[in-house]
Design a protein around this ligand. Structure first.
Ligand SMILES: Cc1ncc(COP(=O)(O)O)c(C=O)c1O
Length: 454
């Protein structure tokens, strides 16, 4: 979530679409939506097409939020829409305990092959948080150990268990103590904010995350009591942090040494977002459990985990599940999404457009003293803002981040913020975006940085 935009008073707007002969009732006031949904824009959207959202007033916005990293195939991809329509006309709900359906069987089979190697199986649920919950329950039952370790700045959702794992921002957990126990957090390599000084996330990284993990093992919990370490391979809500190349491989070694399962939370990084189908592939790391959601079904609610069947089958029948998990229409959307990602080369496009975007952002940065860091992997990109000349030169500047976001919105580009201090602007284009759209967005961001006094 990001900063709050107050809804304009009494601002109900009716659709201008080809409506029924009898005029539709006017839209209710926007205040019917509770404020817990902190607002990013006040747009009332009629439809989406590829990288674009079109409001009920007919205005077009370049959507580089992708609904928080969901619409990887773009809005309303015709093949995904057709798959949904065909399936919806046949069966809307086929509960997984009661029956099998074709879309689900096909998806379960495909998900067995999204990671290299054999022996994988999948479990399907609805939201990212729900899949993280599944991964935690599974890790505990499979290892017989109680403790889960997460990382500072991490985000895993807002259910009870996932709040306990999340430290990205106070608002995600601060109001809700007591939270589930036997959860501890250790240091993620935040190279820009490293205590010893900013550095590139490269092979010479000096972040002390390994020493901090060792301290955690000596101060908080015996490693042999740890069921799993959960990690975002590229950290999302907490600030879009790309780790140094040695981080995940070394974490994998450490977890193996101690018989700890490695859970890769790829809810945001998955399905091509970073320029690999899953971000762990950048470092050839095999997790024990991969958590997926968001991009899996182009916007239909679906999530899941992929893990070795030997691990998955330790969950006895009935020990986990849910009414809607693996919904048949969502599964049909996911199968079509996987087809589109493959057939349209979206992983390659993410890599190429990501490189174009990152180079463009890096070229802009020297003009703006408030830009402290530019980073990204594939189409997961960020600008971190600081207050120039203050403190150690890295004092977070949420004000400028918010102004850049607002100025971009004025120019019809939707971007989000991120980071513990909300001083990061993050850019999450759909993977179908074109080189021309990236150039357009870079031009808008350049203007927005000027307008924000960055
Ligand atoms: C890495 C990560 N894990 C889990 C979640 C939670 O997913 P959901 O919002 O679908 O519950 C998110 C959502 O942003 C996420 O980015």
């Amino acid at each position: 979530m990001v900063d709050t935009v107050p809804p304009p008073p009494g601002a109900a707007s009716g659709s201008t679409d080809t409506g029924p002969a009898i005029p539709a009732a006017p839209l209710p006031d926007r205040s019917v939506v509770p404020p817990v949904w902190g607002r990013i824009t006040n747009l009332v959207v009629d439809r989406g097409e590829g990288s674009w959202l079109i409001t009920t007033d007919g205005e077009r916005y370049l959507d580089y939020s992708s609904g928080i990293g969901v619409t990887n195939t773009g809005h309303a991809h015709p093949r995904v829409v057709a798959a949904i329509q065909t399936q919806a006309a046949k069966l809307l709900h086929g509960q997984q305990n009661i029956l099998y359906h074709e879309a689900g069987l096909r998806l379960y089979e495909r998900l067995r092959h999204v990671l290299p190697g054999d022996g994988w199986g999948a479990f399907l649920s609805n939201s990212g948080a729900e899949a993280v919950e599944a991964s935690v329950k599974l890790a505990r039952i499979a290892t017989g150990r109680p403790v889960i370790l997460g990382f500072r700045y991490g985000y895993h959702g807002r259910t009870g268990q996932t709040m306990a794992l999340t430290t990205a921002k106070d608002v995600y957990r601060g109001h809700f103590e007591p939270l589930p126990g036997s959860v501890y957090h250790t240091a993620y390599p935040y190279c820009y904010r490293a205590p010893g000084g900013s550095h590139a996330p490269d092979a010479n990284c000096t972040c002390d995350w390994e020493a901090q993990l060792d301290l955690t093992f000596h101060q908080y919990v015996y490693p042999e009591h740890v069921a799993a370490i959960i990690v975002e391979p590229v950290l999302g809500e907490g600030g879009y942090l790309v780790p140094p190349p040695g981080f995940l491989p070394r974490l994998r070694e450490i977890t193996r040494e101690h018989g700890i399962l490695l859970i890769a939370d790829e809810v945001q990084t998955g399905f091509g977002r970073t320029g690999e189908l899953f971000a762990v592939n950048h470092w050839d790391v095999e997790p024990d459990i991969l958590v997926m959601a968001k991009g899996i079904a182009s916007g239909m609610p679906l999530s899941g985990i992929v893990t070795k069947r030997a691990i998955l089958d330790t969950l006895p029948p009935g020990s986990h599940g849910g009414t809607y998990g693996g919904n048949v229409v969502a599964c049909a959307a996911a199968n079509a999404t996987l087809d589109v990602i493959e057939d349209e080369g979206l992983v390659t496009n993410a890599r190429e457009r990501g490189a174009q975007f990152l180079a463009g952002l890096r070229a802009l940065a020297p003009k703006y003293p408030s830009i402290g860091d530019v980073r990204g992997l594939g189409l997961m990109l960020a600008l971190e803002f600081i207050k120039p000349g203050e403190g150690d030169g890295r004092v977070p500047n949420a004000d400028v981040a918010k102004k850049v976001q607002a100025a971009a919105l004025d120019r019809r580009l939707i971007v989000l913020t991120a980071g513990t201090y909300v001083n990061v602007v993050r850019i999450i284009p759909p993977l179908v975006t074109t080189a021309a759209e990236v150039d357009q967005a870079l031009g808008i961001l350049d203007e927005s940085l000027v307008a924000a006094g960055a």
